[in-house]
Design a protein. Structure first.
Length: 235
């Protein structure tokens, strides 16, 4: 059974989230402290984490930063759940590696829908017979079956959402993709957090995979296009 860790210091909200997620068929553990959450994650890594921003001992942003710094949890899906609805706070969380962001007050049904969408896209599907599992794009090699990305032969760790965005771009090379299209097709729903979410994830991909700096083109006031073929390396 899929295991979800909910880190929320408000007992009423934690109970509400747990009730809806368990009703949806997930195994749910709730914790109220950032310090306890880090210990629990180390002991038994969950399949997804719903993480409040304001927590005692260790806040949600620091937890997210530590998760992304460790190879064992770098790709674990994280949904930020917080009362801070300002765009600046959303961007900080996303830049630290959060996959999604929901501001309080929120609809429990929407949270469940986002959890389902994120888990569905984060779960690698076995390759069908005759279907290549690796895609090479210049010095970048993506293995969909193993859920890995190599850059010049070295493993590069991406978050679940970064990996999904990269594979989507690779499968739509040469096409101009609007931010709304990327939000709908990669995030799996009509995302209400704003298109800056796409920009943050694209920026992180460019930082982690420098060859995308020239290959992933920004189309002003619209979206992005991954060139059909990577630009030739400079001598």
């Amino acid at each position: 059974m899929t295991r979800i860790l909910v880190v929320e210091d408000d007992p009423d909200i934690a109970a509400l989230v747990r009730r809806y997620l368990e009703k949806a068929g997930y195994s749910v553990n709730t914790l109220a402290s950032g310090r306890d959450a880090l210990s629990a994650i180390t002991a038994c890594r969950p399949d997804l984490i719903v993480l409040d921003l304001m927590l005692p001992h260790v806040d949600g942003l620091e937890i997210c930063r530590r998760l992304r710094a460790e190879s064992a949890t770098a790709a674990t899906p994280v949904i930020m759940l917080t009362a801070r609805a300002e765009e600046a706070e959303r961007i900080v969380g996303l830049e630290l590696g959060a996959d999604d962001y929901i501001a309080k007050p929120f609809s429990p049904n929407e949270l469940v829908a986002r959890v389902r969408a994120l888990l569905r896209r984060a779960t690698r599907e076995p390759a069908t017979s005759g279907t290549p599992t690796q895609v090479a794009y210049g010095s970048i090699v993506v293995d969909a079956e193993r859920h890995t990305v190599l850059l010049d032969g070295s493993l590069t760790t991406l978050t679940a959402k970064e990996f999904l965005l990269l594979t989507y771009l690779l499968s739509h090379r040469g096409r101009v993709l609007s931010r709304d299209t990327l939000l709908t097709d990669v995030w799996g729903y009509r995302y209400t957090g704003g298109t800056r979410t796409v920009d943050v994830h694209v920026r992180r991909l460019r930082e982690k995979l420098p060859p995308l700096g020239q290959a992933l083109v920004t189309v002003k006031q619209f979206g992005y296009k991954l060139l059909e073929h990577p630009p030739a390396s400079s001598p």
